[in-house]
Design a protein around this ligand. Structure first.
Ligand code: G
Ligand code: G
Ligand code: MN
Length: 539
């Protein structure tokens, strides 16, 4: 349900006529209080004075003095949590790039429209409007320097560890150290709540040293259990700006009896380098000492191609926003593949982070990427859980992720019933095909789209698959391609079904790896003959 009635609305547009028109339209939609501004600066002043911000803002991008894009930046700085509707008389491209900017700042954008806005568009926009929680307008962390300082002294910071695994054989190559704050009042606090504070208040060096000491101690306990786990430590740009960092860091590592080659430094550019000369000096010397250098979150922070050119990174971490969902979204996939290709050409090892689902995982296994990290493998965990996780992981690899292809899991006895999965979005078609095949003695399962199919296939491992070419989401031929790329379904007989008999469609299916093709409508006899043909062919 829309909450537009309960929300305070701001309209920011330098054109008074445009404001009048929009106010009138809003009035007709019976929404909450509307305040209008002809200057961007005025809405900011109002927010500062009232210590509150509108729940919904209509924002003209083209304004003299402060323009809409600049205003967005100021809204971010004020922790604006309302919804935005971008308006512009300019071309589509400008709106699109402003939209990306808004999304990059993780603000909610309800719509971006080329003027004029019609009452119908407005009604639709308002219907998407939800009340947002009032927020603390304070800019930075809710914690003070003093509080963080005490946390360091009292050892309230604890390391969590998240494994990275090799895609080729699922071996664990190490763990990333992710710090958390066990806050006496607030419980487990995530690093984005206090790392920026540590950077701003000069505490980041002490924080980094504490994290390193704890990681080395945990690592030594793991070695006693015969676990050799290389560590990846997140290092802030602020750390690298200190000329003493290299020597202090390597002294601590050496004192613990750990080799630099077993320590990766993950470097994120959450902010631009404050002192590029010192930073380059530090990184080069760390590399000379054989520490492994990894560029983290490439493409989302301040990291740039110039850094890749100038800094001798060994490892490239592809940000989760270019990994998660790449299997289904063409744009994400393009960025992912470009990143991998760039890193490979520079001779770097590639780690994909944010591997959340089995689909992500299967996509990566075929991608040329070296390592993976993410919730699908393991969430960050306390040191005490790492050894137990290693055991479950080995188990999971054997039974689920890399079952030995020579030993089929459930050997089929001769004479057992054959099974088929029908992938078809139209209910009627699904029923007809199910009936024909059941009558023939098949065990029939059905799926209504590609995702459903891929999920079921892994469990069922049918002897035959029928796939409709035109499916919502993943198209039929793409499903076939993905199946053919796996060991389990390399040779499973697949029959494609389509209402379209164009040569391109048929060729597309064959190229994807289908064994046969049948055109709708077909009768029972035609379908069974096709199936007979593909089942009797040697695999
Ligand atoms: O799980 P997660 O919320 O832990 O981490 C969020 C961000 O905090 C990541 O970008 C990570 O790089 C950063 N981070 C985690 N631990 C540390 C640390 O010890 N030092 C620094 N500088 N950043 C860290
Ligand atoms: O240092 P970096 O920014 O890369 O830190 C990784 C961050 O990503 C941490 O906050 C970690 O908790 C988080 N993370 C790790 N695996 C996943 C995942 O599979 N999905 C998502 N959304 N976040 C993840
Ligand atoms: Mn990291």
């Amino acid at each position: 349900m829309s909450d537009a009635k309960a929300i305070s609305i701001a309209v920011v547009d330098d054109d008074p006529l445009m404001i009048k028109v929009l106010e009138r339209m809003l009035e007709l939609q019976a929404v909450g209080a509307v305040t209008s501004y002809t200057r961007a600066q005025d809405v900011l002043s109002a927010m500062d004075d009232e210590q509150s911000s509108p729940g919904l803002m209509f924002l003209d991008l083209n304004m003299p003095e402060m323009d809409g894009v600049e205003l967005i930046r100021h809204l971010v700085a004020r922790n604006f949590r309302g919804h935005l509707v971008l308006l512009s008389g300019e071309d589509e491209r400008l709106i699109q790039s402003a939209e990306r900017l808004v999304q990059a700042h993780q603000l909610s954008i309800l719509a971006s429209v080329q003027k004029p806005l019609t009452p119908e568009m407005l009604a639709e926009i308002l219907s998407k409007c939800k009340v947002v929680q009032p927020v603390n307008l304070e800019r930075s962390s809710i914690y003070s320097k003093h509080e963080l300082e005490r946390a360091l002294v009292e050892r309230q910071l604890v390391n969590y560890y998240q494994p990275k695994v090799l895609l080729e054989n699922c071996r664990v190559t190490g763990v990333e150290v992710l710090v958390r704050w066990m806050h006496p009042r607030d419980g487990l606090v995530m690093p984005d709540q206090f790392i920026p504070l540590a950077e701003d208040s000069g505490l980041i060096d002490r924080l980094a040293e504490g994290v390193l000491q704890q990681a080395l101690a945990d690592s030594s306990l793991w070695s006693q259990q015969n676990l050799q786990l290389p560590l990846a430590i997140n290092i802030s740009m602020e750390n690298l700006a200190s000329i003493e960092f290299t020597d202090q860091f390597s002294a601590v590592v050496t004192a613990a009896g750990v080799l630099p080659k077993d320590i990766t430094l993950e470097i994120t550019e959450s902010r631009a380098m404050s002192n590029p000369t010192v930073t380059l000096d530090t990184l080069t010397r760390l590399r000379l000492k054989r520490f492994v250098l990894s560029i983290d979150d490439f493409g989302t922070g301040h990291s740039s191609l110039a850094q890749l050119r100038d800094i001798p990174f060994d490892e490239f971490k592809v940000d989760k926003s270019f990994v998660n969902g790449a299997w289904a979204d063409q744009r994400i996939r393009a960025m992912f593949e470009t990143s991998v290709s760039l890193a490979k050409q520079l001779g770097m090892r590639v780690v994909a982070e944010g591997v959340e689902t089995e689909n992500d995982w299967n996509f990566l296994r075929k991608s040329g990427c070296d390592c993976a990290q993410g919730y699908f493998i393991a969430r960050p965990m306390p040191a005490s859980e790492v050894a137990g996780w290693m055991n479950t992981w080995r188990q999971r690899v054997r039974t689920e992720l890399m079952p030995d292809p020579q030993v089929p899991q459930e050997p089929k006895q001769p004479g057992t019933r054959r099974s088929v999965l029908i992938v078809e979005d139209h209910e009627f078609q699904r029923r007809v095909q199910t009936k024909i095949l059941r009558d023939e003695g098949f065990d029939v399962a059905t799926a209504i789209d590609g995702l459903d199919a891929l999920n079921q296939l892994r469990k069922l491992r049918p002897d035959l698959v029928l796939i409709d070419v035109d499916l919502p989401g993943i198209p039929g031929p793409e499903i076939v391609r993905r199946l053919r790329a796996t060991n389990i379904f390399k040779r499973t007989p697949i029959l494609m079904i389509s209402g379209n008999s164009d040569k391109e469609v048929i060729d597309g299916c064959r190229k994807a790896g289908a064994n046969g093709f049948i055109i709708k409508p077909f009768d029972r006899k035609a379908l069974l003959e096709k199936i007979q043909t593909i089942l009797s062919r040697p695999k």
